[in-house]
Design a protein around this ligand. Structure first.
Ligand code: UTP
Length: 481
């Protein structure tokens, strides 16, 4: 816990001014002094100046957002070579992206501060055993991909990893215990994201998780912009001459850590401001639970699946394809200049989103812990993709679902470790087949084998060319390359 900067009485006055008199009164009575200071420094880490406004806007008087005048599907650079401005040449953009990577202007940026509550895994999600045969953790898969790209492009690729106070120390120790999976320690920067207080859903009062701790939640992946700045990571990027970050989430082992074509489009396409670009995959069904890229009153943005009107979600084009087809997979390219703008320009601040959740708490009035039976608290989070409409001209690029999306979010079912492992084998099988190996496909398109290809062996099908590969794969077999 950082050292306390504000005198406790001053902090108590501030608390009283933002509707937190209950906490001021409690804080004054905490003994011994060291415990009081510890709690005070947790409170000091919260931005009390914005709290009144947030309680008003998200709890006591939430205003409905006026519906936009128009919502259209966002145009995108499609896999079939069509694009918003006509045909596009992947080779041209591959060269542009390759140049940026080789010149050391691209860093990787992983958001790994989430609570991972749906997966129900104790440690940081990035430590979760994920690859289909060797059970390599997510962090290792990314580290090996980064290393493979460094070798390919003859450069160093710095890696920025956002953690949260819940998992920071465990994340750093994990990397250090594994020798950073072959990367250099000083090319990886770990930094903590901020937290928001969990607020009582009726009164807006800050909750305590136990007698000594505030109940808090990480401030969302959108908290990354502020955290990059506060931690010094942004300054580090600027000092290293980084111009763009390749952003991906910790839970997608198929994310391409740096994608030349995507980065080339982002930085040089005529309709891109080079600030904030995104990847999409064609939606699996109209009701798939992914955000959708839309053009809202002329600006690109992501509308969450729950907010997209059902009639729009179901609308189809002449050939039967969904009109609102562009599902987000949370992979972006973002310029360092844009991150700097978001931080310094108050009018470009990202909004909060509120979620009502069940949060156990310590009741200050009774001195007892409470296990609520229904939702009792508001959690406020920022979403990184709210940066898209703030960017000048933001482009969207289609990618293949199996190639780039195998998320591990849930303990079972959709987007679980089981479905991710199936997709990992399926992708590996595709790569092998593209290089002449006979593959035992099942009727449903899955593969009847478990296949793991290390990122150090290949990060795409082309990189298997010239390697010693099996002529065929026996049904039910396990293959590691
Ligand atoms: P999710 O929205 O899937 O949330 O995060 P989560 O916290 O990981 O999992 P659940 O909802 O509790 O089950 C998407 C990505 O954003 C990161 C996560 O680590 C993941 O990579 N994230 C999310 C943060 O870095 N910070 C946050 O505050 C929230």
């Amino acid at each position: 816990m950082p050292e306390l900067q504000t005198p406790i009485e001053e902090l108590c006055k501030k608390l009283e001014q933002c509707g937190q008199g209950h906490l001021a009164q409690y804080l004054r009575g905490v003994t011994p002094q060291s415990a009081r200071e510890n709690l005070a420094s947790q409170i000091e880490a919260i931005d009390l100046d914005e709290l009144n406004d947030l309680i008003e806007r998200y709890i006591t008087n939430p205003a409905a957002t006026p519906p936009p005048a128009s919502i259209e599907p966002a145009p995108y650079y499609a896999l079939d070579g069509t694009g918003p401005t006509g045909g596009w040449d992947a080779a041209q953009y591959r060269n542009a992206g390759e140049r940026l990577i080789r010149e050391g202007k691209v860093a990787c940026f992983t958001v790994a501060g989430g609570q991972g509550s749906r997966l129900g895994y104790e440690g940081p999600k990035g430590c979760y055993p994920t690859s289909c045969v060797k059970d390599k953790p997510l962090f290792q898969l990314f580290a090996e991909s980064i290393r493979a790209n460094e070798i390919k492009h003859d450069c160093e690729i710095p890696w920025y990893i956002m953690t949260s106070p819940l998992n920071h120390d465990a994340t750093v120790s994990f990397f250090e215990a594994h020798d950073c999976f072959g990367l250099k320690r000083d090319q990886i920067m770990f930094f903590n994201q901020g937290v928001m207080p969990s607020l009582d859903a009726k009164s807006g009062e800050m909750l305590m998780s136990d007698p000594m701790h505030l109940a808090t939640n990480p401030d969302g992946h959108g908290g990354s912009f502020k955290a990059l700045h506060v931690s010094g990571a942004l300054g580090d990027m600027q000092a290293r001459g980084i111009e763009h970050v390749s952003y991906f989430q910790v839970d997608n082992p198929h994310a391409r850590v740096v994608d030349q074509v995507f980065l080339g489009l982002h930085a040089t396409a005529p309709d891109s401001s080079g600030e904030f670009s995104s990847k999409m995959v064609a939606k699996a069904s109209w009701d798939e639970k992914v955000g959708v890229f839309c053009s809202v009153d002329g600006r690109t943005e992501i509308i969450e699946y729950s907010d997209l009107d059902e009639s729009l979600a179901k609308r189809t084009e002449a050939g039967g394809r969904l009109s609102f087809n562009a599902g987000s997979i949370a992979i972006h390219a973002i310029s360092v200049a844009f991150i700097d703008r978001i931080i310094n320009d108050k009018s470009a601040a990202l909004p909060y989103h509120r979620a009502i959740k069940k949060v156990p708490y310590f009741d200050l009035s009774t001195g007892r812990p409470v296990e609520p039976s229904s939702n009792n608290a508001v959690k406020l989070e920022k979403f990184v993709f709210d940066g898209i409409p703030i960017a000048g001209r933001s482009i969207v690029v289609e990618t293949d679902r199996v190639e780039e999306f195998a998320p591990v979010k849930n303990a079972t079912g959709t987007d679980s470790i089981v479905s991710s492992k199936q997709l990992q084998s399926q992708r590996a099988a595709r790569w092998l087949e593209a290089n002449g190996t006979q593959v035992p496909w099942n009727q449903d398109g899955s593969v009847n084998a478990t296949i793991e290809i290390s990122p150090l062996t290949a990060t795409c099908a082309d990189e298997l060319a010239g390697k010693e590969l099996p002529v065929s794969i026996e049904p039910g077999s396990i293959v590691v390359l």
